[in-house]
Design a protein around this ligand. Structure first.
Ligand code: ZN
Length: 103
């Protein structure tokens, strides 16, 4: 039987009485497209880049990939940690006061 544990608190998740939540995070380099952020249209030159990229993926090992290319991170969370995660997805330090700049 598959056994899951929460990736945040490491607590085992009992799937018969508790919901397991999956968090997937895609990390990828934004396409530096100055044309108002719209990918549609006639600017499909980057398909060549994708082809190139795919060829490079064949040649390079996975360690290189991790630095270079999009990554998908996947975590299992218990219900409690899901809520905590959604409040602060990036784990940034929460300050109770907002720092407004003085200009
Ligand atoms: Zn948890």
């Amino acid at each position: 039987m598959l056994h899951y544990s929460c990736d945040m608190c490491k607590r085992p998740i009992d799937h018969c009485c508790e919901a397991r939540h999956v968090v997937k995070i895609d990390v990828f380099q934004a396409v530096n497209d100055s044309a108002d952020g719209c990918i549609e249209g006639d600017d499909f030159d980057h398909l060549d880049d994708v082809q190139e990229l795919l060829q490079r993926i064949d040649e390079q090992d996975l360690e290189m990939l991790e630095d270079d290319v999009a990554r998908t991170l996947r975590f299992d969370l218990c219900d409690e940690c899901r809520r905590a995660f959604l409040k602060n997805p990036l784990g940034a330090k929460q300050s109770k006061t907002f720092n407004f700049s003085n200009n």
